[in-house]
Write a protein that binds this ligand. Sequence first.
Ligand SMILES: Nc1ncnc2c1ncn2[C@@H]1O[C@H](COP(=O)(O)OP(=O)(O)O)[C@@H](O)[C@H]1O
Ligand SMILES: O=C(O)C1=C[C@@H](OP(=O)(O)O)[C@@H](O)[C@H](O)C1
Ligand SMILES: [Mg+2]
Length: 196
Amino acid sequence: MSPRVVVLGPPGAGKTTVGQLLAQRLGVPFRDVDDDIVARAGKAISDIFTTDGEPAFRAMEEQAVADALAEHTGVLALGGGAVLAEATRRRLAGHTVVFLNVGMAEGVRRTGLSTARPLLAGVNPRATFKALLDARLPLYREVALIEVSTDDREPDQVVDAVLAALAGVAEQQPAGQQPTGQQPTGQQPTGQRPTS
Ligand SMILES: Nc1ncnc2c1ncn2[C@@H]1O[C@H](COP(=O)(O)OP(=O)(O)O)[C@@H](O)[C@H]1O
Ligand SMILES: O=C(O)C1=C[C@@H](OP(=O)(O)O)[C@@H](O)[C@H](O)C1
Ligand SMILES: [Mg+2]
């Protein structure tokens, strides 16, 4: 079994928000790996970072992503840093991966009021966000089938853009390799595809 769609991208891109809406529109369950980690650890992500450290969080995250990829058949949202693990990027090959992108200004605006993201809690969130984008954009693009910009779209409009982009990819693929089906798609990464 395989998730229908895996959603990834930087913090504030709307993975959790849009992932839920996308699941509703597709009529499938939604799962967020961050929630799995919190449930397993029995504490908030910010507490995991503080008491156990980022490497321990990343190890939990890699295992939680592997389990969710094996178990979940609906829409699966990953945390923004999940792609840092090479093993996770390998596991994502063949899945229908949607990269929700957000620029620095809008990403900082969307995450600014929350204390839930320990990586962005420092003195200069703009610089931190910029460094995070520089390091991760190539990784998101390496594993994604489609890339959708969220900066100037409401969550519902992002869902529309995702569904349109997936339909466009499906048209280009032979029957049996549909990107919103349950089978791996064998797709090319977004680096070779137009963005929406
Ligand atoms: N397209 C959007 N336009 C405006 N606000 C958004 C959009 N997507 C998400 N948000 C808001 O940004 C914040 C972070 O969204 P969230 O779904 O938690 O992002 P992620 O899971 O990617 O970190 C939330 O307050 C959410 O309501
Ligand atoms: O970007 C990151 O490294 C992180 C993003 C968070 O998830 P969201 O991307 O859903 O905010 C969460 O997994 C953790 O705080 C680490
Ligand atoms: Mg999230």
